[in-house]
Design a protein. Sequence first.
Length: 255
Amino acid sequence: MILQMKNVTKKFGGVTAINDTSFTVQAKEIYGLIGPNGAGKTTMFNIITGNYEATEGEILFRKETLNGLKPHTIVRKGIARTFQNIRLFSSMSVLDNVLIGFDFQAKYTYLETIFRLPRFFGEEKRVKKRAMEILDYFGIKEFAHYKATDLSYGQQRKVEIARALATNPEMLLLDEPAAGMNPAETKELAELIHNAREDFDLTVLLIEHDMKFVNQLCDKVLVLDYGKTIFEGKPADAIKDKEVVAAYLGDFIHD
């Protein structure tokens, strides 16, 4: 077990966004959070990453509580995320966006930076090499010196995931990674995430509305509706569950 959510509730005034929800994610698992808009999926991500504090309940990562920790501290503990709306630094290059992910791993002091001492240059060379390796892994190395926002939507998604991986996480949270992608891009992304689990030794928690993408990729899913769990299990079983179909899937047809 790498992540455990224990009876988590989140209230915004009189509105309950997450209602007494519990689930666990095993190491190296690809676990999906699905459900209709407003079900509480992104709120759950924000609780895990420290952007929101749970009203009730406990969040455990590697059996250590995350409650009350700031987002930057949670990143240092090994959790990275992407966002539903791409958040790249528009004025910076693809490479510079990814290099930001290495920031807290720098092995030089401020004085070594100011006076440009040898360890500073050695460390800068190391992280640039690693950043280029990650970009190469995602097939976008050739765009390293392009402005990030000049890339296609699908390529920008890859840059955002690459930046998250630069933090060297144990767990990667992806918020609708396939949103806005065409079928070919979606298929390629699913293969990349599947392979990255092994190649980067990752556990993946993702939010996604594309059920074919979820069914292809996830080992297990949790279905939320108005902040409450209505199903947990294999994707193939979720699409046959009457409550899930009524609340979310509607006329979805599984191929």
